[in-house]
Design a protein. Structure first.
Length: 268
């Protein structure tokens, strides 16, 4: 069969990999290292689905914009529609624009030998799959609320559906766990976050303690047994969740652990 005809008959398989965790846990860094390893991969940043700044809710107690409480932090129906579209087409919609490149990120390197070894592994798998008539597309979904997934009754049925289906769209579920003092230090060292409109958001005094961390715990307490976000085992809510303790492993080890999981997914 001519090569062009063979490619036209290829089946496309899209695998969405959720990389969740608190703000400043290293999830975006991990996602970017994986993108350099995995052929035919794209990153989808959940932050790109935050509402416009003027629609971000005001915290009822502290009277500041609350970017972190799960119900109002993400445009959930838009995110789910986007994930469905990527899964169906294997492509990022042409009208999508990310603002992640505007944000400050410290470089955490991965050893060249580790990276190159995994590049060889997945390139070999890519060639095997291509010969079998299958092309694998990796969607690396990076977000701080990937596993919230509340089943809430809303006036808009679509909005309720959106909140139920984020986890279901993810074929692989990874969670980076980092202790609160380390997260707090990293957050305080950041100069701010760029919004989709291009403005720079800076945390007001006490924002981490009053809003960011309580919202993170509240959004994840039913993901872990006994509601123990900081040390509990993964429960049944996000089935198959792989928890990586970010301070107990190096970035080399974290990358390798995820790559082993992805290799297993392809072989099963």
């Amino acid at each position: 069969m001519p090569p062009d005809q063979s490619k036209s008959l290829q089946k496309t398989r899209v695998i969405l990999v959720g990389i969740g965790g608190a703000t400043c846990s290293g999830k975006t860094t991990l996602a970017k290292h994986l993108k350099r390893i995995l052929p035919d991969s794209v990153i989808i940043h959940q932050d790109d689905f935050a509402p416009p700044q003027e629609l971000v809710p005001i915290h009822p107690v502290y009277n500041v914009q609350d970017w972190d409480a799960a119900p109002g932090a993400i445009l959930w129906p838009k995110l789910v529609h986007f994930l469905r579209e990527v899964k169906a087409s294997g492509k990022i919609p042409s009208d999508h624009r990310s603002h992640d490149h505007l944000n400050e990120q410290k470089e955490v390197k991965v050893d060249d030998e580790v990276r190159n070894r995994w590049i060889d592994v997945f390139e070999g798998i890519r060639k095997e799959r291509e010969q079998e008539g299958e092309k694998v597309i990796w969607g690396l979904v990076d977000g701080f609320l990937l596993y919230w997934n509340q089943n809430l009754q809303q006036d808009c049925d679509n909005e309720a559906d959106g909140r139920q289906e984020v986890i279901d769209q993810l074929d692989v579920r990874i969670f980076l766990r980092v202790p609160e003092p380390v997260l707090r230090k990293r957050r305080h060292e950041r100069h701010g976050y760029h919004t989709a409109e291009g403005s720079l958001w800076r945390d007001p005094p006490g924002y981490w303690e009053q809003i960011v961390y309580p919202a993170y715990v509240d959004a994840h307490r039913d993901v872990f047994v006994g509601g123990d976000v900081e040390g509990g085992l993964a429960g049944k809510k996000a089935e198959g969740l792989v928890v990586i303790n970010g301070l107990e492993v190096s970035m080399d080890e974290a990358v390798s652990e995820v790559c082993r999981v992805l290799e297993h997914v392809l072989h099963n």
